[in-house]
Design a protein around this ligand. Structure first.
Ligand SMILES: [Zn+2]
Ligand SMILES: [Zn+2]
Length: 174
């Protein structure tokens, strides 16, 4: 969704409140692409705070399917965003301050998807688990160990066992 900022910049209006929505159906961070399951329209407020300076305020959340870190099963995850940003629309407006590039401003339009995308990127959870004790997939055959066991020989992750293994290995070397 694009919002025309010309009315604000030309001075006919000082404030703009819109019901904004996202066009994106996928959240693609360049490495992974997550399906967006639901997105509610949210209120976006733009206030003119200077000759060509706009204050942008909005918050909302997006539900997306993120694969479980261990078993890869999609987990419905709500990622929220909270935006409070000031943008200088005019280039070279202030000489002492280098204006920050805002990739969500395109000419005299505000690209809502880009604005929210940048914020979602910062709010993405580091690790998503379908349940705290997810057993994950067998590293050998890929079986979902939450569903069934397999007969593969696994490297034990139990630290006590690895101590035994070290002792055994030392025996072999001697
Ligand atoms: Zn899982
Ligand atoms: Zn296996």
């Amino acid at each position: 969704m694009l919002i025309d900022l010309r009315k604000l910049l030309s001075g006919t209006e000082d404030e703009l409140t819109v019901s904004a929505c996202l066009d994106m159906d996928k959240f693609d961070d360049g490495l992974n692409s997550y399906e967006i399951v639901s997105k509610e329209p949210f209120e976006l407020k733009i206030v003119k705070v200077g000759k060509s300076k706009l204050h942008i305020i909005c918050s909302g959340s997006v539900d997306m399917n993120i694969p479980c870190d261990r078993c890869l099963k999609p987990v419905l995850t709500s990622v929220s965003f909270d935006i409070d940003d000031t943008v200088e629309m005019e280039e070279n407006a202030s000489e002492d301050e280098e204006p920050e590039e805002k990739d969500y401003i395109d000419g005299y339009s505000l690209d809502v998807d880009r604005l929210v995308f940048g914020e979602l990127l910062l709010s993405m959870p580091g690790k998503v688990l379908c349940k705290d004790d997810c057993k994950g997939l067998c590293p050998v055959c890929g079986t979902d160990l939450n569903v069934t066991e397999c007969d593969c020989e696994k490297e034990s992750l139990d630290p006590r066992m690895s101590v035994f293994k070290d002792i055994l290995n030392n025996f072999k070397e001697v």
